[in-house]
Design a protein around this ligand. Structure first.
Ligand SMILES: Nc1ncnc2c1ncn2[C@@H]1O[C@H](COP(=O)(O)OP(=O)(O)OP(=O)(O)O)[C@@H](O)[C@H]1O
Length: 224
């Protein structure tokens, strides 16, 4: 099965206030359609790792591949294009623009790629809302929908450019158990039925136990 994301011997140092070896020789692969979670105690380096994997932080040693392309050392413009095209993000907080409609929020990341017409982007966005069973919310303002619905809008937005992988930083951290399970089921369906890869940092054991694989971290290392 093809490999979507590969980290090879990633090391990261923070230089201030004192030199600190935060990520230690991190190597792993995420395959197409794989749903993996990253767990570990607070401060073990999960967010720092996700920041590197998502191509946002380029100050690290080692190599990172996205769809078999070496992305380490690429210039910022190319990285930003790759990120937009291949990676979808879902965070603990939805970061929706509250005065914009649900539909407009979902369309926004596609407008950056400028390959499609507005009508095409709108059709794509409606299709994503349908997948998430929230097409009836399309015209509502983001501020007018519930917390669980907002997170589903955020997932639709993450899907709009048909990414190869979705990265989540505590995507259920702000949800009650009903909505958290809902988000898990959506992710599971996307990986099973559409071959989407998912890599999710979580503190939620129930969530992690249901994923295909748990990447366990301790003190900047992968320990299992
Ligand atoms: N910019 C920075 N400069 C120096 N040290 C940092 C910086 N950012 C994070 N750290 C330190 O690096 C370590 C890893 O932080 P990180 O945020 O990756 O942990 P985490 O596992 O995501 O924690 P949490 O579960 O609490 O979000 C922590 O000890 C943190 O204090």
């Amino acid at each position: 099965m093809s490999i979507v994301l590969e980290a090879k011997h990633i090391n990261k140092f923070f230089k201030k206030p004192v030199k600190f070896h935060v990520l230690k020789d991190i190597s792993f692969q995420i395959k197409k359609g794989e749903f993996a979670s990253i767990m570990g105690k607070s401060g073990c380096g999960k967010s720092t790792l996700l920041y590197i994997l998502s191509t946002m932080d380029t100050d690290y040693d080692g190599e990172l591949y996205l769809n078999n392309e070496l992305i380490t050392g690429q210039d910022r413009t190319h990285l930003s294009h790759l990120r937009n095209k291949h990676i979808g993000f879902v965070f603990q907080f939805h970061y929706l623009l509250s005065e914009f409609s649900v539909l407009e929020n979902v369309m926004l990341p596609a407008k950056k790629l400028t390959e499609k017409t507005n009508q095409e982007i709108e059709n794509d966005a409606m299709q994503k809302l349908k997948i998430l069973n929230i097409e009836h919310l399309a015209k509502k303002r983001a501020s007018q929908v519930s917390g669980g619905e907002k997170q589903r809008v955020a997932i639709a937005r993450a899907l709009i450019n048909n990414p190869s992988i979705i990265m989540g930083d505590e995507p259920t951290g702000n949800l009650d158990s009903y909505n958290a399970e809902n988000v898990f089921n959506i992710f599971k369906q996307l990986s099973d039925e559409q071959g989407l890869s998912l890599l999710v940092v979580t503190h939620d054991k129930d969530f992690a136990n249901k994923t295909d694989r748990i990447i366990q971290m301790r003190d900047g290392r992968i320990i299992g």
